[in-house]
Design a protein around this ligand. Structure first.
Ligand code: CAP
Ligand code: MG
Length: 406
């Protein structure tokens, strides 16, 4: 049998099939067949252990080659339902390293309802989060405690308090803050949630603390349970460094906590537009497993992505995906209050705008930075330009003086 035998444009995919779109170079029947074979039933040589017919019947089928994009249909029998690690070991495993393939990028996955329904999906999603925070319409806003590492638990909690009373809805740990000698997890959680309670009393608003539980899976569950026992409603997790298995373990624990998906390390997979895995398949996997909000980029901040990529991702995470609830898109990375109007114009109100340096770097400090961010959102919701609104809102004025607006 040859790789080309997996090329089968006449195959009519079954409703339960999963269809993957890959960018492939070189792109021909042989290289496409190699991807289909290696990601399903085949290997580099003929075998004595199975008939070719049996391998091809179950094997993946290359159903189209257009330019350097191919579509491969995978029968659902090739996968274990509800097992995201196994799915990615097939469609995003050995195929990236085959000599037959110079570059390969998994661009998109069309999931079947049969597969979608084998996962928990988000527990809260956009609507559940808006209900919890009692913020029906405007974008949510948050900050990340900065410096990302170095503050002790009490300093961390104090900075969080200042951000909450300044006006942000959400305060999160940074992606690499977990349980370090200078900032123990349990002390940070207890002290920061205490400050959250004070901030709620002072402001009369619901305030959220997203504690980073990223760790070995059993430890992650233990930490999430601790957050819950201290009255927390959210956890954040670095979905790629904990892996699909860790994320599924956290979701399966079904602790009633909102799950915030940080995507640290995604750039190793997504940045090269010719080779790796694009963000939509990663976001799909996280959504099917059951995260409630996920970072999608900003296009205007410090990270390398285009407006088209961010808009596509936004539409994907909140768009129809079987029964999976829409997931809240999080914009973060080099943002400051001067970006707010442009972001909302590009992405709409259903976004969470997170500014780390763009709050704590405010000339008057964290509280003023948080106020400036909230003022920028208020201005945008009133359809007033930031510049005009800044004329009688000092905190915003000082933020625009330092960072400008777009
Ligand atoms: C932002 C951030 C976020 C990145 C993640 C950071 O801080 O906390 O982790 O935005 O990137 O550590 O850089 P700043 P993405 O607001 O100070 O930039 O959202 O693209 O995954
Ligand atoms: Mg960060």
């Amino acid at each position: 049998m040859k790789y080309e035998d997996y090329f089968n444009p006449k195959y009519k995919p079954k409703k339960s099939d999963i269809i993957c779109t890959f960018r492939l170079n070189p792109c021909n029947k042989k290289s496409a067949g190699a991807v289909a074979a290696e990601s399903s039933t085949g290997t580099w040589t003929t075998l004595t252990t199975s008939t070719e017919k049996r391998m091809l019947d179950l094997g993946a089928k290359v159903i189209s080659i257009k330019g350097n994009l191919i579509k491969i249909a995978y029968s659902i029998e090739l996968f274990e339902k509800g097992n995201m690690p196994q799915i990615f070991s097939s469609i995003a495993g050995n195929v990236f390293n085959m000599k037959e393939v110079k570059t390969l990028r998994l661009e998109w996955i069309d999931w079947s309802d049969t597969m979608i329904n084998s996962f928990y999906g988000p527990k809260f999603g956009v609507h559940g989060i808006r209900k919890m925070l009692r913020v029906p319409k405007r974008p949510l806003c948050g900050t990340i405690i900065k410096p990302k590492l170095g503050l002790n638990a009490s300093e961390h909690a104090q900075v969080a308090y200042r951000a909450w009373v300044g006006g942000v809805d959400i305060v999160k740990d940074d992606e690499n803050l977990t349980h370090q000698p200078f900032n123990h997890f349990d002390k940070r959680i207890r002290e920061t949630l205490k400050q959250r309670d004070y901030a709620e009393k002072v402001t009369g608003e619901k305030k959220i603390y997203m504690a980073n539980v990223t760790a070995e899976a059993n430890e992650m569950i233990k930490r999430a349970k601790f957050v819950k026992s201290c009255g927390g409603e959210y956890v954040m997790v670095d979905i790629l460094t904990v892996g699909w298995s860790g994320l599924q373990t956290l979701r399966k624990a079904n602790l009633g906590l909102v799950i915030h998906a940080h995507r640290a390390m995604h750039g190793a997979l997504t940045r090269n537009k010719q080779h790796g895995i694009a963000m939509p398949p990663i976001a799909d996997a996280a959504r099917l497993i059951g995260v409630d909000q996920i970072h999608i980029g900003t296009a205007v901040g410090k990270m390398d992505e285009t407006p088209e990529e961010v808009i596509t991702l936004k539409n994907r995470v909140e768009g129809k995906l079987g029964k999976a609830k829409p997931v809240f898109a999080v914009c973060s990375g080099g943002l400051h209050p001067g970006h707010v109007s442009k972001l909302v114009k590009m992405l709409g109100n259903d976004i969470i705008i997170q500014c780390g340096g763009g709050v704590h770097g405010h000339p008057r400090g964290t509280k003023a930075g948080a106020t400036a961010l909230r003022q920028a959102i208020d201005a945008t919701m009133k359809d007033i330009s930031l510049k005009d609104y800044a004329k009688n809102h000092l905190e915003l004025k000082l933020a625009l003086n330092k960072w400008g607006t777009i």
